[in-house]
Design a protein around this ligand. Structure first.
Ligand code: ZN
Length: 246
């Protein structure tokens, strides 16, 4: 009896360690997102050229800081010590195509400049302790600009104060998946904020589901990846769940 318990206990420890390793290993993989927009597209544009194309945002500047470092297209450091993760979006990781372009774009707008942040009231931090926020430059929402320029994909992880589906995209990679018939926009304002995504992927298992599948209710929030159509999920390497058969 006691031996059995001991065995069970050590088995449990091993399982916990194994699961921990898997989740850490997959943490930086993201969704494998990349884009092929060349850095030269923005070479001759100034920050004000780019900012001039966008409207003022409804987001409110809660804090102001000087951007001291741009890690990549969705992470910057401020002189007040805060590490900011742009909420609602995901840009290519280091080593993935499009990384440099997205990073340069954010450098052009933010580096060594005063930027405002609107912190996500529903979830202020990500699992690495970075502050989740909309970054605001000259009254413009940089997260939204990244999406509209095609430099970022939507990464909606409720609960969140912000719904990136409402920011929209300019129909770049997200909607160009050779679907000639379905020219439907990513979302409309009429749909409820968390209901805009038609499919939900699990970044850990690589499966994607319909929103009401049992697999979704068991999924950790940080593993959820949202898709507006099947092709996006499949193009990013996700396979369909056998239970809900999306
Ligand atoms: Zn499912």
């Amino acid at each position: 009896m006691t031996i059995n318990r001991k065995h069970l206990f050590s088995l449990l420890i091993i399982l916990v360690i194994a699961l921990g390793t898997v989740s850490i290993a997959s943490a930086y993989v993201g969704t494998g997102f990349s884009h092929d927009i060349p850095a030269s597209k923005y070479q001759d544009l100034s920050a004000s050229d780019i900012l001039g194309k966008y409207n003022k945002t409804d987001c409110h500047v809660e804090e102001v800081g000087v951007c001291t470092k741009v890690v990549d297209g969705d992470t910057i450091y401020l002189d007040n010590g805060k590490k900011i993760r742009f909420v609602g979006v995901n840009t290519p990781e280091r080593g993935v195509e499009g990384y440099i372009t997205s990073k340069n774009f954010v450098q052009k707008l933010c580096l060594n400049k005063k930027v405002g942040i609107d912190i996500d009231d529903s979830k202020g931090f990500d699992r690495y302790g970075r502050t989740l926020a909309v970054v605001i430059v000259d009254g413009k929402n940089v997260n939204e600009m990244l999406l509209k320029e095609g430099l970022a994909e939507i990464m909606y992880m409720p609960p969140s104060e912000f719904n990136p589906f409402e920011w929209g995209t300019n129909g770049t990679h997200v909607d160009t998946t050779h679907s000639s018939s379905s020219s439907s926009p990513t979302s409309t304002k009429s749909t409820s904020s968390s209901g805009s995504a038609k499919y939900i992927g699990n970044a850990n298992s690589g499966k994607f589901h319909t929103p009401n599948c049992r697999g979704v209710s068991r999924m950790a929030e940080y593993n959820k990846v949202f898709f507006s159509n099947r092709n996006d999920a499949i193009n990013q390497g996700y396979t369909s769940c056998r239970m809900c058969n999306p």
